[in-house]
Design a protein around this ligand. Sequence first.
Ligand code: CMC
Length: 435
Amino acid sequence: MSNEAHGSVTMTLDESNKSLSLPLRLGTIGPSVADISKIYGTLGVFTYDPGYGMTASCESKITYIDGDAGILLHRGYPIDQLAEHSSFLEVAYLLLNGELPTAKERHDFEYGVMRHTMLHEQLRRFFDGFRRDAHPMAVLCGVVGALSAFYHDSLDINDPEHRRISAFRLIAKLPTIAAWAYKYTIGQPFMYPRNDLGYAENFLYMMNAVPAEPYKVSPVLARAMDRIFILHADHEQNASTSTVRLAGSTGANPFACIAAGIASLWGPAHGGANEAVLKMLADIGHKDNIPDFIEKVKDKDSHVRLMGFGHRVYKNYDPRAKIMERTCHEVLAELGIKDDPLLDMAMELERIARHDEYFISKKLYPNVDFYSGIILKAMGFPTSMFTVLFAVARTVGWISQWKEMIEDPSQRIGRPRQVYTGSPQRDFTPLDARS
Ligand code: CMC
């Protein structure tokens, strides 16, 4: 962002008639931002922005979203071109380093990531401490947090080489931890990673293979998995990424920061939404029940939402949702599923919602999660694993954003303010005087 002001906004405080000129700063594309850093010092007031919908918390060169136009760019490249022509590890390189790799850089990066896929054997024993019915997100949170206890040689956040190795370790080990979290819940032996396979292929292998027989991953499903990873790789300053940045702003180590991001991702308004879409479809039960369900969604008192619809930033079709819908058809064809009642219901829900004034006026369109659950279910993933897959893919976005923040000379500890609405100062009341 240029430090030069491109115009200004004037803020005047009615009571004192004091004014402050807020310089407008320009990004490469997108709206300009008013720099409010001097407001408190000059006018003695803070700004109030619950949910941070109007606040740019940082400067970033990684991802750009135009929510009104339905555009998502990573380092300037449109998501549909990346999903069509690139691979997850190439996108990972792009997010981390800013440019697409040359053939040699790509080879070295893939080789480097795939040589960090194993976990410390002692970490394997960690899994035994969990109940068999633990949610895999609980296991993921715990085990990723514990990585910082195992890799002391890459915890110095001020050392670029430590940051690089931590990034490799996180991107490489997340699929292993995720697959083992799943194997643990179903009581099957852990499958060790195979570094001769591609990233997504190796993940599907660790999820589905057993030591007793050979297992070949379908190339169509490996490609679909890889594309799903690309679609989830980064999404600028969403809740989990902001959590990672906030945790990282204190100087916490990257493994702890990513564990914080995983915790933030878990909620149904964020990464848990595709799991919630499938639950919603199961609750609806049949296409005939859709009109009644839509009426319920429109009734504010019911507190029912059309899951997989709506987005804080997209007020248009989420570009990831279109690719996801296409991938859904490809996967179902590969698996020989001709009529999938869930897909039928989802398409009918989308058709009705896209013609309904409630959704049109509120600009509610399908988001990335609307179709992803159907694909993942068809691929054999239990719903409890959906958010885990999101976390595996988003790890590269989180670590790229964390790295960018650490390398930003203007970075300070994140510390929002508040409007205090509690009791004014009062004296302590002794117990026998309280009513
Ligand atoms: N179904 C019905 N009404 C909705 C929905 C929905 N899915 N989403 C928003 N609305 C209504 C909401 O009731 C509100 O109405 P009103 O103005 O009358 O009060 C209006 O639209 C604005 O909603 P909001 O909650 O203020 O919007 P937000 O930006 O705070 O929330 C959201 C964004 C994604 C949390 C929300 O749209 C939602 O809950 N969607 C369903 C959950 C979901 O699919 N989440 C995945 C998001 S994409 C993946 C990711 O980034 O993690």
